[in-house]
Design a protein around this ligand. Structure first.
Ligand SMILES: Nc1nc2c(ncn2[C@@H]2O[C@H](COP(=O)(O)OP(=O)(O)O)[C@@H](O)[C@H]2O)c(=O)[nH]1
Ligand SMILES: [Mg+2]
Length: 263
């Protein structure tokens, strides 16, 4: 069980202030679909077959380069159980992106996707980007949810779609990078169409313009500009438990997207 002293969540990168943008991403979905494993595969390139139930919510930080920009990802791993829903949904508000995960060997987790999507629509910014991920695609013999069903549901919900395996490291990096790319694309579009009176610019600023002010809550510029809205993470190496206050954040406009990558 993750805890305040859980060394699996070491945050050595979290205090690094050297970045151009910071994106907050949440991984959500039913318990045991592989959310924690997916995050550990991506952040640490590690995998453990043991199931260690996540308590509340926790995060890892990973910094990547996209379009010559240093992007710091604050990736929040949530507990899937209903009893943590109040805490975890409180974290939806500042998120720019969601990885909504089900397990291709577990029909119930797939049937729950619609509910998770409703949670996103209810509690997140309208413009948050979502990828639907069918995890455990290494378990082909036990598959009960076809790729086609996954793709159709993603299309219906307006999300892009990936099948992946945290265990075999299939489409893990690709999922995060695609999510970052669509966040960047939509952020750039939003800034292009931003009201000059609000942004103070004659033309909408580009993603690559480091001096340009971001649309509220869409991105966090590096050291020169402190975060406008999303919350600071909790102290190092700790989970967020029911007694701790949730973070806030407001919301702008609305977007959507589609596509598909299977195992
Ligand atoms: N075969 C396989 N097992 C996985 C995969 N991802 C996670 N698991 C296993 O599924 C169980 C639940 O994983 P976990 O990451 O704790 O799920 P969470 O509750 O969604 O965070 C663990 O036993 C993992 O080892 C995967 O891609 N393939
Ligand atoms: Mg977990």
């Amino acid at each position: 069980m993750a805890s305040a002293t859980d060394s699996r969540y070491g945050q050595k990168e979290s205090s690094d202030q050297n970045f151009d943008y910071m994106f907050k991403i949440l991984i959500i979905g039913n318990s045991s679909v592989g959310k924690t494993s997916f995050l550990f595969r991506y952040a640490d390139d590690s995998f453990t077959p043991a199931f260690v139930s996540t308590v509340g919510i926790d995060f890892k930080v990973k910094t990547i380069y996209r379009n010559d920009k240093r992007i710091k990802l604050q990736i929040w791993d949530t507990a899937g159980q209903e009893r943590y829903r109040t805490i975890t949904t409180a974290y939806y508000r500042g998120a720019m992106g969601f990885i909504l995960m089900y397990d291709i060997t577990n029909e119930e987790s797939f049937n729950a996707v619609q509910d998770w999507s409703t949670q996103i629509k209810t509690y997140s910014w309208d413009n948050a980007q979502v990828l639907l991920v069918g995890n455990k695609c290494d378990m082909e013999d036990e598959r009960v949810v076809s790729s086609e069903k996954g793709r159709q549901l993603a299309e219906h919900l307006g999300f892009e779609f990936f099948e992946a395996s945290a265990k075999d490291n299939i489409n893990v990096k690709q999922t995060f990078e695609r999510l970052v790319d669509i966040i960047c694309e939509k952020m750039s579009e939003s800034l292009d169409t931003a009201d000059p009176a609000v942004t103070g610019a004659k033309q909408g600023p580009q993603l690559t313009d480091q001096q340009a002010p971001p649309a509220p809550g869409l991105c966090l510029l590096g050291p020169a500009s402190p975060p406008p809205t999303p919350p600071l993470p909790p102290p190092k190496n700790r989970s967020v438990h029911p007694s701790l206050p949730p973070p806030p954040a407001p919301s702008p406009s609305s977007w959507g997207s589609r596509g598909g990558f299977c195992c």
